[in-house]
Design a protein around this ligand. Sequence first.
Ligand code: ATP
Ligand code: MG
Length: 403
Amino acid sequence: MIIKHLPPIFEPARPVLQKIEEAGFEAYFVGGCVRDTILGDSIHDIDIATSAYPSEIKAIFNRTVDTGIEHGTVMILDHGTGYETTTFRTESGYQDFRRPDKVTFVRSLSEDLKRRDFTINALALKENGEVIDLFNGLDDLKHHLIKAVGDPNERFHEDALRMMRAVRFASKLDFVIATKTLNGIKQNAPLLDKIAVERIRVEFENLLLGQNPVAGLNDFLQTGLYQYCPGLSGQKEKLSGLLLLNNWQLQNNEQAWATLVTQLGLSLQESGKFLRRWKTSNELITNVKKMLPVIAGLRTSDLSPLTLFKAGKKAVQDANQVAKLYGWAIPDEQLMKQYDLLPIKSGKELAVNGGVLISNAGVKPGPLLGKIIRKLTVQVVNGELPNDREALINEAEKLKKEG
Ligand code: ATP
Ligand code: MG
């Protein structure tokens, strides 16, 4: 196969490949960028593989950076955008089901393609548009199949993360996992235990944000992979509920995780624990926790101004996106109107602050001051008090007397 017109993103990288070839080595575009070009999908980054060793690449170009030289990766800066090239390599060992014990640089493209996970990810593209397809990847692309390169059993033994990658690609590309490959996952699912949770998480998030999450989730459940993920073991029934949701259109990780904890029926506190087990960032946990009361309010149609206020705009929007999945959402514009009608959007907008209350309402610094400010905030948000300096000082004096 020859691709006559490469997408524009390849154009500025072609001179890099040409220069490597002129020096007597081979160079190809590889991996996701080739697959996505043939599918006509958008391409976000370009990977280049070469027969030249890192030292040889560094001799060909003027400006390079050793970004991962022990794996054979060098960044070339001569042509504007930095392009990373990786020397063809084989991997061996895999004693721990995750990382190769040894990486060996090789001169042969076929050796390099052989170590790749799926046939659709093992295509190489020459600078002139010629596609090299040693494992029938083009056919599998055409039939929307995810098929391991070589023996699935062996490949998942070498690196158990590939099983999560398979279900992730099933969702991302809306492809079907080939039968033998699927059976390989079923047999080896327990090996997922050996993989760092952070790496599983990235694949799982991509699954939830893919084109067809139901397909990916279905494979994730049927193969038993879910049993080796934090907090999901024994939850097949609840998780299967996700397969009944249509209209998936989640846009970010916050929405993805909020959907999951909603589906699992976790409390606010349990959600925090669950997410910590997945080693998500504290920021993500905070954001998801802001969303959950909004989702609950949408679900029971009693969304209070205070709930909207506490969540903040972003969490309100994210929550509605999750609620859409369940049919609990209200139109975005309507929800935003409700939000915009809040008298204040943050504590900073309150017409008084601690200093003002100390000098004008005679409140002493301390816990009571904090309590009064919170009370005033709630009253203003609820429309029970105007956000007016005098009115708030008067109310503060009253609250102070009441203690
Ligand atoms: P995406 O568009 O989601 O980035 P991708 O195919 O580019 O998809 P990457 O994770 O960026 O995926 O990996 C780049 C390439 O490296 C893959 O296409 C595949 O050939 C190879 N690869 C990545 N991870 C593995 C793995 N665990 N085992 C074997 N090959 C892998
Ligand atoms: Mg990629």
